[in-house]
Ligand binder design. Structure first.
Ligand SMILES: [Zn+2]
Length: 185
């Protein structure tokens, strides 16, 4: 039986024999923006095509739910790196309809962890952080607006960086504008 790992390695050999990606592309994004979106399976390939993003254009950050949980967590730190080291000039927050995070509760995930043998004393340590995240996240539109608001209030993000809020349909790729970052400047 072929494992998934072997399949991926085989795919890579086939890719290398058929493609030449050796041309140098800068790590500095050509379109000078950073995009925060969800890890949703349906966005793979779709989001790039739907937004017209090509290789080399943008810094892309993906997590579960287009979430921004901690004011100085990894998501914000990645954005700060994109701004101060990679010279991006705008931020796009792109959530999506039908996000699985909005449908998940802390009770769901803790119960699944419990059923896989994670100890109660361990679960007690993380219960609140999962509740603060998952139990308040019920609407992907509201989440995008909340993330935009949090970033605008972040004292480490320069005030001249527009922060746009958008939401994409994971079935069709249609993009809806929720918050135009230029208006806020
Ligand atoms: Zn999602």
């Amino acid at each position: 039986m072929t494992t998934l790992l072997q399949e991926i390695l085989d795919n890579n050999q086939a890719f290398l024999s058929q493609n030449d990606f050796s041309a140098t592309i800068s790590k500095y994004p050509q379109k000078k923006f950073a995009l925060l979106t969800c890890m949703d399976t349906r966005l793979v390939e779709l989001i790039n095509s739907a937004l017209g993003i090509r290789r080399g254009d943008a810094k892309m950050i993906q997590n579960a739910g287009t979430s921004l949980i901690e004011d100085m967590g990894e998501t914000v730190k990645s954005l700060l790196l994109a701004i101060y080291i990679f010279d991006i000039k705008e931020i796009f927050i792109v959530g999506h309809y039908d996000c699985g995070v909005a449908l998940t509760t802390s009770t769901d995930i803790l119960q699944k962890m419990r059923s896989r043998g994670i100890a109660e004393q361990q679960l007690a340590l993380i219960g609140k952080s999962f509740a603060d995240w998952l139990d308040t996240y019920t609407d992907p539109v509201q989440n995008v607006l909340a993330v935009v608001k949090k970033l605008k209030a972040n004292p480490f993000i320069p005030k001249d960086i527009p922060i746009h809020g958008l939401i994409i349909d994971p079935h069709t790729g249609r993009l809806d504008l929720l918050s135009d970052g230029y208006h806020a400047l």
